[in-house]
Design a protein around this ligand. Structure first.
Ligand code: PMP
Length: 400
């Protein structure tokens, strides 16, 4: 007999990072300063790893709405939505979200992760679920919880998706699962291609808009609106932890689907509801998203500046122009060396290692927000150039 805790050892790769002094995880933020900077390790650090794309987490109106709701309604609801934990505020938020996203109804849950888990009852035993290979861990988890047969199609490869649909056994429903803007690499899903295939094969389309809601489309409702194909999306999940600057998530869909999920999604049924402070902050953030499109323009302009600067440094950066930009490094240890040196230069980026990325494809994920000025982006570029120069990666000096 072995002890059940014998398995509790760190993976070798993580041990190697620790031994080399380049462990990049769980570092505490001590203070949050205005304008995209934080204090870490007693130093001022430029935050280049946040998903707070519209810089609403520190917006005085969002914070005031959260604080006011906290005072009025308490720090938590101590119960699930279905029993004692539903607030009028949740209903208001659901109504406004459904209207904004262009769906009949919405269900608010406590995180974006849970919003995706809540999809599981849609994946029935006779259904076929076709999922992009790069989808987020929470969607994979939902697929595992569901009962449908799961097939993965190559990332954004609609030809592959089409072949899987054509060779699918008849009977049962078909569902296509994708992200709107992919979380690690920032590229957009080929929604027009997916929508055409869904039409042809009678499939339902589910889009996780965690990273694109608030950011893309003329009204900011996400990737589907950006592509002009809103009506092609049957179910949309969103999170409040990125553009909304707080915590929480939601599923938006036809009323029949939402009613069904309200009584079958265990991730929502058996977990405490979203605290009032987060719901009120999300509602105010939604109002700002609807009325201040300049925030989207500002972050996309910074993203463009970052992209142009990185290509000038010799990095092969994607052309998508989104605020999330991957710097492909490859080797995990080298990636964490890069991360550590960037941190020493006063930049916090994200070191993405497997399983977040495929084996051998470690990368530094940089992201900009509406709080970043041109000077911030230039400082980031200078730091990347300095580190890349020291590590012998493909970079030239800015402007060089
Ligand atoms: N979906 C995607 C695509 C994500 O990137 C994330 C979080 N990184 C989630 C869902 C989960 O959202 P949350 O962190 O709000 O639980």
């Amino acid at each position: 007999m072995t002890d059940a805790f014998d398995k509790c050892r760190l993976p070798q790769e993580i041990e190697a990072l620790r031994a080399s002094g380049v462990y990049p995880y769980y570092l505490p933020v001590e203070e949050r300063l205005q304008y995209g900077e934080v204090v870490m390790d007693g130093r001022r650090v430029l935050m280049a790893g946040s998903n707070d794309y519209l810089a609403l987490s520190n917006d005085p109106r969002v914070k005031a709405a959260g604080a006011d709701a906290l005072r009025r309604l308490g720090a938590g609801n101590s119960g699930s939505r279905v029993l004692n934990g539903t607030l009028t505020l949740h209903h208001t938020l659901e109504g406004e979200l459904a209207d904004f996203l262009g769906h009949e109804a919405a269900m608010v849950v406590s995180t974006g992760y849970q919003a995706n888990l809540a999809l599981a009852p849609l994946f029935g035993p006779r259904d076929l679920l076709l999922a992009d290979r790069h989808i987020h861990a929470s969607l994979i988890e939902a697929a595992r919880l569901g009962q449908a047969k799961l097939r993965r199609y190559r990332h954004n490869d609609t030809a592959h998706l089409g072949r899987l649909l054509e060779t699918a056994e008849p009977g049962g429903g078909r569902l296509i699962l994708t992200e709107g803007m992919f979380s690690v690499t920032g590229d957009l899903c080929d929604l027009p291609g997916i929508a055409d295939l869904a039409d042809r094969h009678g499939a339902r389309v589910i889009v996780d808009s965690a990273h694109d809601v608030g950011l893309l489309g003329p009204r900011g409702s996400g990737a589907a609106e950006h592509h002009g194909r809103q009506s092609a999306v049957d179910v949309q999940t969103v999170t409040f932890s990125k553009c909304f600057g707080t915590l929480g998530g939601a599923v938006a869909a036809p009323r029949q689907v939402i009613d069904y999920l309200r009584h079958s999604a265990r991730a929502a049924l058996f977990s405490a509801s979203l605290p009032a402070a987060c719901a009120a902050a999300a509602l105010t953030a939604l109002h700002i998203i609807r009325t201040e499109p300049e925030r989207r323009r500002r972050v996309l302009a910074s993203a463009g500046r970052l992209r142009t600067g990185l290509s000038a440094l010799g990095f092969d950066v994607p052309a998508h122009g989104m605020p999330t930009v991957p710097l492909q490094i490859g080797d995990g240890l080298l990636c964490c060396r890069f991360w550590t040196e960037l941190f020493q230069e006063g930049i916090l980026a994200n070191a993405m290692l497997p399983p977040s990325v495929p084996e051998g494809r470690a990368l530094i994920r940089l992201s900009v927000t509406a709080a970043h000025t041109d000077a911030h982006v230039d400082r980031l570029l200078e730091a990347v150039a300095a580190v890349a120069g020291r590590l012998g990666l493909p970079a030239r000096t800015p402007g060089g």
